[in-house]
Design a protein around this ligand. Structure first.
Ligand code: NAP
Length: 259
């Protein structure tokens, strides 16, 4: 399918690995020029080079921490008038509801709520003016059904989801859509680090931790970043103009809900 976005420009934050990289590659495959970001320069440059070679699109790299004001300023300077924004950042650490203090919540809110809001606030006016835009926020299945060990994620992402629900309906008349993409367990470094937490807590091997988590997913496997990226690219496509303020689960059926 021709996604109809060849020649458009996208900012994809936190995109040197995992789900962000999956989204960047799928957009590049559709002919979109990219601005990519991550803190670690080496992996970022290596993946940007691979994308240029594989898809022949222009890729600008911005190595910085996107959850800081300085980092946001840098990515926004490089992004200029982008047509597509995909927001992503690292997820908060796991723990117990009784572990976290105010500072832990502020950090999680900065990463997973206030950073995407700051980027949208900066880029939505230009998209509205140009009468076309797409925003996809990478959140989590924890928005639909809380994950007990990820209370910081449950809280911060719920806040972003509320902001998007209201804002998306205010910019839709200008041809700008905002949606959230909710990953379930995917085969990325983040999943390995969560598996390792389970292995340590329950005194089992990494393989056993993975097998147990796979058994909780109806498709009985972890998701792949390529399938997640393809879903993101579709939401950014010309065909998705009537999809507004949705929370789209990519979780292999793990969230046990009727709607
Ligand atoms: P990942 O494999 O660990 O990749 C994270 C990417 O983000 C890396 O490129 C990393 O590069 C970059 N990054 C992290 N913090 C950053 C920051 N402050 N500024 C700029 N770049 C940053 O993670 P993932 O599995 O793709 O997860 C992406 C998001 O989806 C996370 O918020 C995660 O909580 C959420 N999620 C993931 C899953 C899953 O199963 N994978 C499930 C639900 C939700 P640097 O480290 O070099 O900065």
């Amino acid at each position: 399918m021709d996604l109809g976005i060849k020649g458009k420009k996208a900012l994809v934050t936190a995109s040197s690995k995992g789900l962000g990289l999956g989204c960047a590659r799928a957009l590049a495959e559709a002919g979109v020029e990219l601005v990519m970001n991550a803190r670690g320069e080496e992996a970022l440059e290596a993946e940007a080079k691979r994308i240029r070679e594989d898809f022949g699109v222009t890729v600008t790299t911005v190595p910085c921490d996107v959850t800081t004001e300085e980092g946001q300023h840098k990515v926004l300077q490089a992004a200029g008038d982008v047509d597509i924004l995909v927001t992503n950042a690292g997820g908060p650490p796991p723990g117990l509801w009784s572990d976290w203090e105010r500072e832990d919540f502020i950090k999680a809110l900065d990463s997973n709520m206030l950073t995407p809001i700051a980027l949208m606030k900066a880029l939505l006016p230009g998209m509205c003016e140009r009468r076309w835009g797409r925003v996809v926020n990478i959140t989590s299945q924890s928005v639909k059904a809380p994950i007990p060990a990820l209370g910081l994620s449950n809280s911060a992402r719920a806040g972003l989801t509320g902001y998007v629900a209201g804002t998306a309906r205010q910019v839709a008349e200008f041809g700008v859509t905002i949606n959230n993409l909710l990953p379930g367990i995917h085969d990325t470094d983040r999943a390995v680090s969560l598996d390792s937490g389970v292995a340590q807590r329950e005194h089992i091997s990494m393989e056993e931790a993975r097998t147990r988590r796979e058994a909780t997913i109806p498709v009985r496997r972890y998701g792949q970043k390529e399938e997640f990226g393809a879903t993101c690219a579709f939401l950014c496509s010309k065909h998705a103009g009537f999809i507004v303020a949705q929370n789209v689960l990519c979780d292999g059926g793990a969230t046990n809900a009727t709607i």
